[in-house]
Design a protein around this ligand. Structure first.
Ligand code: UTP
Length: 236
C-alpha cells in the first residue's frame, strides 16, 4: 500500500470564536487534497472545537453529570465537523469517504476505496487525539501528527505560565511525564495531547508530531514530508 499519513485536526482550528471558519476549512482541505494527489493516503481526524464545548456546556446546564453521556455529546460534534470537512474536500475533486466511519478499523479499511478518509470521534472515554493515534496503528502508519492551536508542547501550560519552555524534540516518555497517566479527565478540553493516546503511541511505537494547524504553511510542509516548526516526539 502507498504511504499512509494520519493527522488530527483539532476542533479549535475549524472555528473562529463561535463561528465556523470557512476560510481555514477551504484552505486546509485544498492542502490535504494536493498532498493526496501525490499518491499519499491521508487519514484526517477532526475534533469538536466550539461546537463540542458549547453542546457539552448546554448538557451540563440541563443537569447531565454523567461523563459517558457528555462524551457522547462531544462525539456528535466531532462527527458533524468531520462531515463538514469531508464535504469541503469533496469540492476539490479529491477521493473522500461518503460516510463518517465510527471505528478506526473501518476508517483504515476505507483506504481501499478512498485516498482520503475523514472521521471524528469513536467511543466515550478519550478524545480525537487518541482516535488519531489508534487510526495510525490500524492503518499501519508509523507517525501521527496532531495539529492544534499551539506552536509546541511546553513543559507547562503556556497560557498561564509566561516562562513555559517549548520542546522542539522530545521522547514519548518525556511527553507522558508532562501529560500524566492514561486517564480520561472528563468531557471537554484538557491537556495538550490526550494521555490515553500517548499511552497507545508508547505501546505501538508510533512517533508523534505537534504543530500549529492555524498556520497553514506549517501544515503544508508537514504533509509534504518536509521539516516543519513544531514538536517532534520520538519513540525513544
Ligand atoms: P475533542 O477530540 O475535540 O477533544 O473531542 P478536546 O480535547 O475536548 O478538544 P480540542 O481538541 O482541545 O478542541 C471533544 C469531546 O468529545 C468527547 C470527549 O468528551 C471530548 O472532550 N469524545 C471525543 C469522546 O468521548 N470520544 C471520542 O472518540 C472523541
Amino acid at each position: 500500500m502507498s504511504q499512509v499519513v494520519i493527522v488530527a485536526l483539532g476542533g479549535s482550528l475549524m472555528y473562529d470564536g463561535d463561528i465556523i471558519d470557512e476560510e481555514w476549512i477551504n484552505a486546509a482541505s485544498t492542502i490535504v487534497a494536493q498532498s493526496a494527489a501525490t499518491g499519499t493516503k491521508i487519514g484526517i481526524v477532526i475534533g469538536g472545537g466550539y461546537r463540542a464545548r458549547k453542546n457539552i456546556a448546554t448538557a451540563r446546564e440541563s443537569g447531565t453529570t454523567n461523563t459517558f453521556d457528555l462524551d457522547l455529546v462531544g462525539i456528535e460534534a466531532t462527527r458533524f465537523n468531520a462531515a463538514t470537512f469531508a464535504t469541503a474536500l469533496k469540492t476539490t475533486g479529491a477521493s473522500v469517504n461518503e460516510t463518517i466511519p465510527t471505528t478506526t478499523q473501518s476508517a483504515a479499511d476505507t483506504f481501499a476505496t478512498n485516498s482520503i478518509v475523514v472521521m471524528g470521534g469513536t467511543v466515550p472515554g478519550h478524545t480525537t487525539d487518541a482516535v488519531s493515534i489508534n487510526f495510525a496503528v490500524d492503518s499501519g502508519a508509523s507517525r501521527c501528527t496532531i495539529a492544534t492551536n499551539v506552536d509546541f508542547v511546553y513543559d507547562k501550560a503556556p497560557q498561564t505560565n509566561p516562562d513555559a519552555v517549548p520542546f522542539e524534540q522530545m521522547t514519548l516518555a518525556e511527553l507522558q511525564a508532562i501529560v500524566g497517566p492514561p486517564e480520561h479527565r472528563g468531557a471537554g478540553p484538557n491537556v495538550v495531547i490526550d494521555p490515553i493516546g500517548v499511552q497507545v503511541a508508547i505501546e505501538h511505537s508510533i512517533e508523534l508530531a505537534l504543530l500549529n494547524g492555524k498556520k497553514l504553511d506549517i501544515l503544508e510542509s508537514c504533509l509534504a514530508g518536509e521539516d516543519f516548526r513544531g514538536t517532534k516526539i520520538e519513540v525513544k
